[in-house]
Each structure stands twice: as structure tokens, then as C-alpha cells.
Design a protein around this ligand. Structure first.
Ligand code: HEM
Length: 498
């Protein structure tokens, strides 16, 4: 009879042999791509941990070492265990042009989010929220801009209530509340956008998802279903939102059935747009609620981080406050709190863009899983199953593409818009424009569909704060805090703003 220990030892040996075989099978297909790190079986495990803590500096080192060429890094967040980094503009263009069934944004995201275990229902549901963000939402926020700015002012009054004296705020936390409330004014309207339980669940859900998927990505495949079963917060968050949104969605479904597609009185919000964009079998409380959770997850923390970056830089660089205030006041006095006023704020647009370029929100962007063997136009081959990503932070701080890249120049982009010799410069250098050397919103077919709303929302929040408050860093610090990096993603800075 074999003992418990013998059984465990045999299991461990089989596991190691299996891991070793699949490691070498994958590695042999990527032999032509240099490795950052040791490249040895067990040591790549430690390199993958190192990537979590030092991913951004490792990528920068790889970018310099391979001179904007290709290299690979071991990581826990891809199914193959490798992330192939791209920085050559020609190769980025090849990625942009590749069809969706060859380079998959969704495949790469599902690996990062461990969707197969944590978001099974989401995988089965078609991504009908994406055209909704791209078209009806982008169109509607122009007419809804007044509502959104009203919500921004009320939320700032609640979360950044300064009074006459200097008062410290943990900025990122306060901005999450402001962004969540303002975004949900557009998504679901009042009273839900002011419901504290609804807002708390939307704000927390992304954190639960990121923490759960990050833990799960390090668990051996055969144990994942059991570990995922213990991660209840992701599923319960969706259920809670279903409970809170359910009655509104159901009554909208009933009304749309009764009054037909052309129903004149239908509310102009995300519930309507999603119902209209869904296939008939997806027009139900569960699927619509889940998409609203996803919209919140895609928007709240990203928008809050960009706003935080800009405000910290502004608090550290007081000389920008005067010119920005003057520009904002002039635009508002001419156009009121409207989308037109936001368009006039070129210096503010530039300041936000520069603060994201300078601080960086991600070291990598344009993450895509290769679904069919791919040959780049320069001859580099990448087999199916491998995940690619662009070294975006290295590109946006490279002197080849930006003059004096390590210096913060808040009006860098507005000057390029005003003085550029090319007729497209005024468009090219605004924040929403996609650019392979500035990938805060990604690039190509899956570039962020919410960026038009996001940029205007960040601008409206900053415009209100700049014209309503004085700000400085705690202890009169002269430099914005750097924030913490994890696996190439940068979290917001947590230092206080007075
Ligand atoms: C400053 C704020 C934001 C930033 C920095 C940001 C950034 C990004 C990035 C980097 C991607 C991936 C693009 C790629 O890989 O090419 C993305 C995708 C996405 N974003 Fe945003 N985003 C922001 C705000 C928003 C907002 C406000 C919404 C919606 C209301 C939104 C909805 C989405 C969706 C649905 C996707 C997935 C696109 C797809 O699957 O094709 N984002 N975003």
C-alpha cells in the first residue's frame, strides 16, 4: 500500500514533469525572441514574481537593451507564461492592422482577469457594450453634459468640502467617489447615481476583481476552479447590482415592449442603449446589469487615476494654476458648462495629457493574444497562444519621439497644436487622438471606446476644482508622489493634497 507521502510526492513529480515539458515546448517556439531574465525553468518562476514588483523598470531596461526591438518576459498573467514586448513602430502597425481573429484583445484580457473562472457568464455574453460606449454614449454626453457637471459639483461639495481653511484629502479616494457618481449620472441617472450602496459596490467591484484575478493567476491550473469557488465577492457584487438595477431594467424592458422601438419618452441612458444594442436573448436584467458593472469597471479607476495624476502635478507646479484658471474661466463665460467649453480648453487638455505621459499609467498597452501564427512584416514570427504587448511607457518617454522627455512641460501638446506646421497637428496632439507613441487609451480596433467621454469628464472635474479651490501638496512638497507599480500597471498616488 502506498503512503500519503508517496502519493503526494508522485503527484508533485507528475506536476513538475508536466510543467517542465510544457515550459520547454513553448520556449522552443519562442527561441528566436531574446529573454529578459534567466530563461531557466524554475528561475522563470522567480522572474515572473520580479515582474510583479519591478515590471516597469524591467520593461524600460529591455527597451534600452534591445534598442526598441522585441524581447520576452516571464509572467503569471498570460496562458503561455510569457509576454512578448514590442516597441518597433512598424510592428505596432502590423498589430493594429491584424484581424480580430488573429490578435485578440479579449483573449488577452480573459487571461489577465482569469475570466474563465471568475466571469464565466461574461465570457458567454457578446461584447455589445462596446458599440454602446462608442456611439450612443459618446453622442449622448454632449446633451447630458449639464447633468454630469451638476453631479461633479455636488460630488465635489460632498467629498472635497474644503471650507475657508486648508484641509487635507486623500485625493485618489475622493476622486473615485466623484468620478463614480458623475459617470453614473450618465449611465443610470438619478436617484441611483446618488445611492451610496450602489456607488460603493461599483467602486469596490473592480478592486475585488483585480485582487482575485491576481491571486488566481499564480495558482496551478488544476487548483484554479477550487480556489475561484472561494472568491465570492466578484459574483456577489454582480448579484447586488442586479438587485439594485433590476426593477429599473425590468420596467424599461416592459415599456420598450409596450411602446415599441421608437418610443419617444424613453430615457436617454445606458440601460436604454444596452437594451437596444443587445440581441433579443440578451435583453434581460442579468445581462444588462453585468454590462453596466463592466462599464463602471472600465471607467471609474482609469478616469480617477488620470485626474489624480493631473491634480498632483498641478499642486506641485503652482505656476500652471493661473494660466489654466484664466483659460477655463474664459471658456465657461463664453459657452457655459458645455462640451463646447471643454473643447476650448486646449491648455487643460495638454496638461492632462502631459501628466499622464510623464507619470505613466501603464508600462504596457495594447495587450493582444495571438490566435493564429503571425508573421510581422519584418519577418519576426509569433506562434498562436502567445500574448504580445507594447512597451508604451518607454515609447512615451523616448527622446526619439518627445523633446526633452524627462522634463514635465504642461503645455507641450497645446504648443504643438498651435505651432505645428502640419494641418493635422491641432487634431493629432489632443488627448483623445490615438497615437503609437502615446497609448493611454490603447491603439487599433480595441482602443478605448469611452475615451471621448473620459477626457471630457476629467476636464470637467479639473475645470471645476481649479476654479473653485486652491490646492497644494501636504507639507508644501514640491514634487508629485510617484505612485506604486505592480506588474507594469501604476496605481494612483496616495499622498494627501491640502
Ligand atoms: C481616462 C480614462 C480611461 C482610460 C485611461 C482608459 C483606457 C483604456 C485602455 C488602455 C483600453 C484598452 C485598449 C487597447 O488595448 O487597445 C480600454 C478599453 C476599454 N475602455 Fe477605456 N479607458 C478610460 C475610460 C473609459 C470609460 C469612461 C469607458 C466607458 C464608459 C471605457 C470603456 C472601455 C471599454 C468598454 C474598453 C474595452 C474595449 C474593447 O473591448 O474593445 N473606458 N480603455
Amino acid at each position: 500500500m502506498i503512503s500519503y507521502i508517496e502519493l503526494l510526492a508522485s503527484g508533485a513529480a507528475i506536476f513538475l514533469i508536466y510543467q517542465w515539458t510544457s515550459f520547454h515546448r513553448t520556449k522552443s517556439k519562442l527561441e528566436h525572441i531574446p529573454t529578459l531574465g534567466s530563461g531557466w525553468f524554475i528561475l522563470t518562476y522567480f522572474d515572473a514574481w520580479k515582474f510583479i514588483f519591478e515590471g516597469h523598470t524591467l520593461i524600460k531596461a529591455g527597451y534600452a537593451k534591445y534598442q526598441r526591438g522585441v524581447f520576452k518576459i516571464p509572467t503569471f498573467t498570460t496562458s503561455s507564461g510569457w509576454l512578448v514586448m514590442i516597441s518597433d513602430l512598424g510592428m505596432i502597425e502590423d498589430m493594429r492592422k491584424a484581424p480580430l481573429d488573429v490578435m485578440s484583445f479579449r483573449g488577452a484580457s480573459h487571461d489577465v482577469l482569469q475570466s474563465e473562472h471568475l466571469l464565466k457568464d461574461h465570457i458567454r455574453t457578446p461584447p455589445f457594450h462596446i458599440p454602446v460606449a462608442r456611439t450612443p454614449m459618446t453622442r449622448a454626453f454632449v446633451s447630458k453634459f449639464g447633468d454630469v457637471s451638476e453631479e461633479i459639483k455636488a460630488a465635489c461639495g460632498e467629498w472635497l468640502d474644503a471650507g475657508e481653511d486648508w484641509k487635507p484629502f486623500t485625493l485618489y479616494q475622493a476622486l473615485i467617489h466623484v468620478v463614480c457618481r458623475a459617470s453614473n449620472r450618465l449611465f443610470v441617472g438619478t436617484p441611483l447615481c446618488q445611492d451610496s450602496e450602489y456607488l460603493r459596490i461599483q467602486e469596490d467591484w473592480t478592486i475585488h476583481l483585480i485582487v482575485s484575478s491576481s491571486i488566481l493567476s499564480k495558482v496551478p491550473a488544476f487548483l484554479k476552479p477550487a480556489v475561484a469557488a472561494t472568491m465570492l465577492q466578484v459574483r456577489s457584487g454582480i448579484k447586488d447590482i442586479e438587485r439594485l438595477l433590476g426593477p429599473t431594467i425590468q420596467s424599461r424592458l416592459d415599456d420598450m415592449k409596450q411602446y415599441g422601438a421608437g418610443w419617444e419618452g424613453k430615457p436617454n441612458d445606458m440601460i436604454t442603449w444596452l437594451i437596444e444594442g443587445a440581441l433579443p436573448e440578451r435583453r434581460n436584467v442579468k445581462d444588462i446589469s453585468m454590462k453596466i458593472v463592466f462599464m463602471n469597471a472600465s471607467s471609474i479607476h482609469t478616469t480617477s487615476i488620470s485626474t489624480t495624476n493631473a491634480l498632483f502635478e498641478l499642486a506641485a507646479r503652482q505656476e500652471y494654476i493661473g494660466p489654466l484658471r484664466a483659460e477655463i474661466e474664459e471658456a465657461i463665460s463664453t459657452h457655459g458648462w458645455t462640451k463646447d467649453a471643454m473643447r476650448q480648453m486646449r491648455k487643460l487638455d495638454s496638461f492632462i495629457k502631459e501628466s499622464s505621459r510623464f507619470a505613466g499609467t501603464n508600462a504596457i498597452s495594447m495587450r493582444r493574444k495571438v490566435l493564429k501564427d503571425f508573421v510581422f512584416s519584418n519577418g519576426v514570427t509569433v506562434p498562436a497562444g502567445i500574448t504580445l504587448a507594447v512597451a508604451s511607457y518607454s515609447l512615451q518617454t523616448d527622446s526619439e519621439y518627445y523633446d526633452d522627455p524627462t522634463t514635465f512641460r504642461g503645455f507641450r501638446f497645446s504648443e504643438m497644436r498651435d505651432t505645428g506646421s502640419d494641418e493635422f497637428d491641432p487634431l493629432r496632439h489632443q488627448m483623445i487622438t490615438l497615437d503609437p507613441t502615446y497609448m493611454i487609451f490603447g491603439y487599433g480596433r480595441n482602443a478605448c471606446p469611452g475615451r471621448f467621454f473620459a477626457v471630457n469628464e476629467v476636464k470637467a472635474i479639473l475645470a471645476y476644482i481649479i476654479t473653485t479651490y486652491d490646492l497644494k501638496l501636504e507639507g508644501d512638497a514640491a514634487e508629485a508622489p510617484v505612485g506604486s507599480w505592480s506588474a507594469g500597471n501604476r496605481g494612483a498616488q496616495k499622498r494627501k493634497l491640502d
